[in-house]
Design a protein around this ligand. Structure first.
Ligand SMILES: *[C@@H]1O[C@H](CO)[C@@H](O)[C@H](O)[C@H]1NC(C)=O
Ligand SMILES: *[C@@H]1O[C@H](CO)[C@@H](O)[C@H](O)[C@H]1NC(C)=O
Ligand SMILES: *[C@@H]1O[C@H](CO)[C@@H](O)[C@H](O)[C@H]1NC(C)=O
Ligand SMILES: *[C@@H]1O[C@H](CO)[C@@H](O)[C@H](O)[C@H]1NC(C)=O
Ligand SMILES: *[C@@H]1O[C@H](CO)[C@@H](O)[C@H](O)[C@H]1NC(C)=O
Ligand SMILES: *[C@@H]1O[C@H](CO)[C@@H](O)[C@H](O)[C@H]1NC(C)=O
Ligand SMILES: [Ca+2]
Length: 321
């Protein structure tokens, strides 16, 4: 009777899937520019090295040889990774009106965009050392575009537009550009901006950095958008991407782990080994029916009174990309 009661219970199964990444670093002693190193790594391994935390950086250092001073890793400042404030939309480049030679990130940190009264765009630092007027977009307003005459940094301008209207203005075609520029008398913020050092070569978002003191830094008329690691200290430096360096590639493996939590309520004596075994077998069958294979089941005791059942599925798979 007790068994019947037990197995007619509907099991509630909570499942959590986590994927962990294992990066294997390979030091390559061939001098290449950052983008040639990237191609090489993508061809022979998975990509240029991504470093997500201090223990990764320590492992990175352990593969380095003493020859050479610096080696490329996968971090770079994507000068083309622009976004619109409105909807955080990717800038497709379908329409742009950059002035010749812009965006140039000149003198560093030029990650926000101004439109001049002639309609041309330039990149400028977003900070308050460079306050400008702003042009807001007002989705439901009688006028779609409003010029704010108070000079603010780009971030404050965005806040202002979002509080009072919809957002900083986006520009999607020449007729919009013509219209907006006709409202301007001087350089004015629009919604186009980018985050610096935002992604690694393999598109992992940047969450950890290990910059050397005073890096990244500005250097007049020099754009340093690629990162090299100093072999002796493991500290990172920004440098010109066309410089030739040794480099570090990664081979990436991913491991998937799935955990299920099941709750039983039963009058049955769950400490009975025979009953436990029977439950495991039932459960095994149930999970196999759901298309799971290659898993292990076991009992774990988490407190004195109740038994909690844990099921683990482990699967190793090599993956590239
Ligand atoms: C560091 O990041 C790697 C992925 O690159 C990850 O596998 C590892 O668990 C992380 N280590 C720590 C201590 O967070
Ligand atoms: C913009 O100005 C505000 C003060 O009005 C300041 O708190 C903020 O840090 C500035 N942002 C930048 C990117 O300079
Ligand atoms: C616009 O929003 C800002 C807050 O960002 C506020 O200080 C300001 O008074 C608002 N202006 C108008 C005209 O509503
Ligand atoms: C320009 O873009 C605006 C907004 O996306 C759209 O309403 C308008 O029709 C477009 N004009 C042309 C000529 O494509
Ligand atoms: C940029 O925009 C302005 C005004 O909208 C226009 O007169 C000019 O021709 C545009 N430049 C290019 C290169 O299309
Ligand atoms: C770039 O901007 C960041 C954040 O505002 C600031 O900490 C850094 O000092 C700036 N770098 C240079 C070289 O101006
Ligand atoms: Ca510029």
């Amino acid at each position: 009777m007790k068994k019947t009661l037990l197995f007619v219970l509907t099991l509630s199964v909570l499942s959590a899937r986590t994927t962990s990444v294992i990066r294997e670093y390979h030091y390559v002693e061939i001098l290449k520019t950052w983008s040639d190193a990237q191609s090489y790594c993508r061809e022979k391994f998975t990509d240029l090295a991504t470093v997500e935390n201090q223990s990764d950086n320590d492992r990175l250092l352990s593969v380095l040889q003493t020859l050479g001073n610096y080696a490329w890793i996968g971090l770079y400042d994507n000068m083309e990774g622009w976004k619109w404030a409105l909807g955080n939309a990717d800038f497709s480049n379908e329409y742009s009106n950059w002035t010749t030679g812009e965006p140039n990130n000149n003198n560093y940190n030029q990650t926000c965009t101004l439109m001049g009264s002639d309609g041309d765009w330039i990149d400028e630092p977003c900070s308050s050392q460079y306050p400008y007027r702003a042009v807001c977009y007002h989705e439901n307003g009688p006028s779609k575009y409003i010029v704010v005459n108070t000079k603010m940094n780009w971030t404050d301008a965005r806040t202002y537009c979002r509080s009072n209207y919809t957002d900083l203005a986006s520009v999607s075609n020449q007729s919009e550009n013509n219209h907006i520029s006709s409202l301007l008398t001087e350089n004015t913020w629009i919604g186009l901006h980018r985050n610096t050092w935002a992604y690694w070569s393999d598109q992992t978002p940047t969450t950890f950095t290990y910059w050397n003191e005073n890096r990244p830094n500005k250097q007049w008329n020099t754009v340093k958008s690629c990162v090299e690691v100093r072999l002796t200290t493991g500290m990172w430096f920004d440098n010109v991407c066309s410089r030739n360096n040794y480099f570090i590639c990664q081979k990436v493996y991913s491991r998937q782990q799935q955990t299920f939590k099941l709750k039983f309520q039963s009058e049955a004596d769950l400490t009975d080994p025979a009953l436990q075994q029977q439950m495991l077998e039932q459960l095994h069958a149930k999970l196999e029916k759901q298309g799971l294979s290659d898993f292990k089941l076991r009992w774990t005791v988490t407190d004195g009174q109740a038994f909690h059942k844990e099921q683990k599925k482990k699967k190793d798979e090599g993956s590239c990309g």
